[in-house]
Structure formats: C-alpha cells, structure tokens
Design a protein around this ligand. Structure first.
Ligand SMILES: Cc1cc2nc3c(=O)[nH]c(=O)nc-3n(C[C@H](O)[C@H](O)[C@H](O)COP(=O)(O)O)c2cc1C
Length: 204
C-alpha cells in the first residue's frame, strides 16, 4: 500500500470480524513499531501480547470499572462529533479489546520523574513510546488491519502492570487491540483540516 494511502486508511476501530491475524503479520507490525525514534538511543520499549481469552480477562479486568467512572464523569456538548464518538466508544472499551485477535500493551522504561516534569523534555520517554504506537498503527493499516486504543484511567495502569508482573521501572502507555474491522463497523464522524488552515507563517 502506498504510504499516503496507509495514512488515509488508518482509523480507530472498535468492532472486529472473526478473521484471525497471523503471527508473522503481528511480528512485522511490532518490528515496524520498533523503528520509531528513541529519546535516549536505547529503545527501552517492550510489548506484552495478549492472545487467549484467559490472558485478556486477567489483563482487562480493570477496564470495565474505570470505563464506567469515565462515562459518569464525561460532560460534552450534545450533538457534536466528540460527544457522538464518546457515546459510541465508552460502552465498547472492554469489548473492543477482548474481541480483538491480539491486545498489545506497549511498555516504556521511565522513572517517577516523568510525573514531576517541569519542561517538555522531562516527557521524552513518554513522547517516544507514542512514536512507537503511531508506527504500530500505520504498520497495521498497511497490513489491511485496524487498531483500537484505550488509555488506562486512574489506578488502572499500575493495577494492570502489577497483575502482569511488569518491572517497576516500566509503565504501560495504553492497550491496543489489533484485528480486521467488522463489516459495517462504525466510523465516527471526524473533524478534518488541511495544512493551509493550520499554518502560521513566521509567527502565530
Ligand atoms: C492519546 C489518545 C488517547 C485515546 N484514548 C482513547 C480511549 O481511551 N478509548 C478509545 O476508545 N479511543 C481512544 N482514542 C482514539 C480516539 O478516539 C480516535 O483516535 C479519534 O476519535 C480519531 O479517530 P481516528 O483514530 O479513527 O482518526 C485515543 C486516541 C489518542 C490519540
């Protein structure tokens, strides 16, 4: 697939077909993810891969509760694309991961300084894992697949890491479901912009 076609085809999907995804495909996607730029040259990234129902149940046990908290606390203007997206996405936070052929948990090495950052460079390890994640999304799109994405809320991330035996100096960035989109999977309306609308020549 041509690169710009990949960019335009990438979308977040929350409903999956029954079609499986080969291990070789998953490996290609994760190899592409590992080509991302690295803040300290060390590529201190790891992936937990969840395949079986048991593995998913164990790792995703905290999702339902926190998604309900999120839903209760969310107040958005009605009839806007973002309100419609949340109304569609929030009830699917668990199923969009459980039903995906694979769930990937990207982990990055950091320390508590991340949470005390006083300048953006203090967030470098965090920024770097998001480069990894975008590579993963684009590689999945190039394979004709799609991804779901959830950010752990409140204590969810540390609960998952403890349950999965992640070393204390690693944090999870998110959960990613990978699979073939279901036929007719909803594609929430987006705001779209062109570069011309966003460019400030010389200064804002
Ligand atoms: C930093 C970040 C956090 C996100 N968190 C969630 C999430 O917790 N749950 C979810 O269902 N989607 C999440 N999304 C996906 C967005 O809803 C989605 O990217 C957005 O609606 C645009 O749609 P698109 O990815 O199809 O272009 C997140 C996306 C980003 C970039």
């Amino acid at each position: 697939m041509e690169f710009y076609e990949v960019l335009n085809n990438r979308r977040t999907v929350r409903e999956w077909s029954e079609e499986t995804v080969g291990e070789d495909v998953l490996e290609r996607i994760l190899n592409a993810a590992l080509r991302a730029p690295s803040n300290n040259h060390l590529r201190q990234w790891e992936f937990i891969v969840l395949r079986t129902a048991e593995e998913k149940e164990c790792a995703l046990q905290y999702v339902k509760e926190q998604a309900a908290v999120q839903a209760a606390n969310l107040h958005l203007p009605e009839h806007t694309p973002e309100q419609k997206m949340y109304a569609y996405a929030l009830p699917r936070q668990y199923s969009m991961l459980r039903d995906a052929p694979y769930v990937i948990i990207p982990l990055f090495r950091t320390n508590q300084a991340l949470f005390k950052a006083t300048a953006v460079n203090g967030l470098n390890a965090f920024a770097s894992i998001w480069c990894v994640i975008e590579n993963l999304f684009l590689a999945a799109a190039a394979e004709g697949l799609a991804c779901s994405l959830r950010i752990p809320v409140g204590p969810e991330g540390s609960d998952v890491c403890r349950t999965l035996g992640v070393p204390e100096d690693y944090l999870m960035a998110c959960y990613i479901g990978i699979g073939h989109p279901a036929e007719g999977a909803e594609n929430p309306e987006q705001y779209t912009f062109t570069a011309k609308e966003k460019i400030h020549e010389g200064r804002w």
